[in-house]
Design a protein. Sequence first.
Length: 473
Amino acid sequence: MRAVRRSKKPSTSQPQAHKLWDGRFQQPTDRVVEAFTSSLAVDRRLYRQDIEGSIAHCRGLERARVLTRREAQSLIDGLGRVRAELDGEWFAFRAQDEDIHTAIERRLTELIGPVGGKLHTGRSRNDQVTLDLRLYLREAIDHLCDSACAFQRTLVQQARRHLGVAMPGYTHLQRAQPVLFAHHLLAYVEMVERDKGRLADALGRLNVFPLGAGALAGTNYPIDRAYVAKLLGFARVSDNSLDTVSDRDFVLEVLAALAVLMMHLSRLSEELVLWTSQEFQFVELSDAFCTGSSMMPQKKNPDVPELVRGKTGRVYGHLMAVLTTMKGLPLSYNRDLQEDKEALFDALDQTGAALTVFTRMMAAVTVNRAAMERAASSGFLLATELADYLATKGIPFREAHAITGRVVRLCLERGKDLRTVTLADLRSVSEHFDKEALDVLTVDGAIERRAQIGGTARKRVEARLKVLEMALA
């Protein structure tokens, strides 16, 4: 936006350019107020949606015989010229342009003359803004879901590539039971699938046509709202004008879905930070997605997952900001609602960028199979196998659990783990053990026995991979 030239001695009552609404006012807007209330820097990205909505509105006005065919076509042609200027980035914004809506109408009138002033017949900026936002979000959600699918495909490809790799599964960040690395990756595919579902749900509720609600009470003109809604691809028309102009539930729903999506990316970020550390060494990120230290030459820092983890809080903040804005607003429209767009747009931008960078980063990750499998086979990850073995022999599981706990304590006392335990060791704890007990103490066996739906057994993971590969193709 072009900078407004300031005088050497600012005044609170300098002559101002004409406003679209200034007929009732005797004094011009204070320059400080003009700068404070302008939303043009934020909402200018809505120009395509604003013009698309205005063209459909012209068609509705023509159908209602509020405009002649010639007037409607003149307006539509003029809007096309305005769009070309904005697309080409040679549109000249002016100081009096409060927002993208008034900027477009002002330029339209410059291009086609007084008939440009008829564009706003039968509508208010209140219903116009929510129309533009709904149109924008329909497209933004589609793009975001495409990005989410691309991320899922990358995770599925890595899962397929490393299908036979075992790793420790964790609870409380303590090694718990062995799982397939592919199974772990597919957990995030499931999370993102739910994220897409939440966005789709939000899309269904926001795809309601608001234009015709006017400022708050509806319109005096016989505009066929259903006709205009159909032109713009809306599923239905809003039923209450007061609710229509003051509703931002659809913004909140999208922000909430984005917050949950970012939470999922942040969880994976935390794991990547841990896994790339010297303490884990499970994976290595490509140099292209890391940075070094200005002081310590040896450092390779996982900055991308750390930043995603940090940006998650930023998206949470946007959700809370809009919730807080909405909680005290009486019906119907209030200027507070202008604050929704900066939060929404930044949340969309940050989430989209996080998905894009994560997709590229995960495609280039290197898996340290040896380190993962060492961790999966060491310690006491197979303790549950012993307890289950005893339970299959008719011993109540709580008793089997206690017996196995004593085996673990014996191993700790003797400096052993379950890989090196002997039958004599086991029988010194309980006579219920026989030589078959040693056969269950293998990582592969522990994994393959989890063969129920949703388990980590290879055949189950392969089956889920096939379904996901077909769904994401």
